[in-house]
Write a protein that binds this ligand. Structure first.
Ligand code: ADP
Length: 272
């Protein structure tokens, strides 16, 4: 099911949409409904499972520019809102990415928002409720967001970050979409498409990933992402032998513990 686009919006005739394969959770339709009411959306899920690609595809489908900010623990409100810069003898105001997105009616994607400093979260509150306002205090401006503006953020609930989680007062401002690694048949199609390996090889890569993800539930290893599988596929399509490719792109990034890497390496040798 798909909704008609907002009037006057839509992708340019010759612009291809970013490749995004739906994972069976109606994420596209839910997002479009949220967009129509400009409800902020939170994408929850592990790293490398398709959240960023999804936002890119939705922004293109809705015909909106996308402004992406990767948050980290030094990201401050000033970084996002803007600052005065000295240019010769003058000081000039420069909008940060959040202010720019709110002015131009973009979709603003704050990747890993829980990583940002607390002052960032506070700034987002007035932007994410009915006020849709941004207080640009250093510039002495209260900016009401453009009617097409929408706030999207992501966070990875599995990522250990002490007790700094998203607070209920923040969570409640968002419609949540849960992401996980796609079902095997869909992930196989994605890996084949993105890396250029044939479907038979992609299927073997995915089935090995599924085995390792089962170990992850025991807490023994970190997660195998779709992104790593695509990277392994790319190495293979460039002519690297499958086992070496899988070890380099998938196994090694998982852990620095040599016994664990060796054990997983044995599994790769037995399976691929
Ligand atoms: P995240 O933002 O969750 O960390 P990304 O969106 O960057 O992950 O996904 C990593 C890569 O996995 C993408 O670049 C793309 O190649 C692939 N991918 C994952 N899920 C999908 C999907 N549903 N459709 C198309 N590509 C996908």
């Amino acid at each position: 099911m798909s909704l008609p686009l907002p009037e006057g919006q839509g992708q340019g005739v010759n612009e291809p949409l970013p490749y995004y394969l739906e994972t069976g959770n109606h994420e596209g339709v839910i997002f479009e409904h949220a967009y129509r009411k400009r409800l902020p959306v939170m994408l929850k899920g592990p790293t490398g499972c398709g959240k960023t690609r999804f936002v890119e595809a939705m922004a293109a489908r809705l015909g909106r520019p996308l402004v992406t900010v990767s948050c980290h623990d030094d990201t401050s409100a000033t970084d996002l809102i803007g600052r005065y810069l000295v240019r010769g003898a003058d000081t000039v105001w420069q909008d940060g990415p959040v202010t720019r997105a709110a002015r131009q009616g973009a979709i603003l994607y704050l990747d890993e928002v829980a990583e940002a400093r607390e002052d960032v979260i506070v700034v987002l509150h007035s932007l994410s409720d009915h006020r849709r306002q941004l207080f640009v205090d250093r510039h002495d401006e209260t900016l009401v967001a453009h009617s097409a503006f929408q706030l999207v953020a992501s966070f990875n609930p599995g990522y250990q970050r002490g007790f700094k989680e998203l607070k209920p007062s923040t969570r409640q401002r968002f419609v949540f979409l849960s992401f996980n690694y796609p079902p095997s048949d869909i992930e196989t199609e994605i890996v084949a498409h993105e890396s250029g390996v044939d479907v038979k090889i992609a299927k073997r890569l995915v089935s090995l990933a599924v085995k390792i993800r089962a170990l992850e539930d025991t807490g023994a290893v970190d997660t195998v992402s779709t992104r790593s599988l695509v990277a392994a596929g790319m190495l293979i399509s460039e002519g690297l032998e499958a086992r070496s490719a899988f070890k380099a792109a998938v196994i090694e990034p998982l852990s620095d513990e040599s016994t664990l890497s060796a054990a997983l390496g044995d599994l790769v040798d037995l399976t691929l």
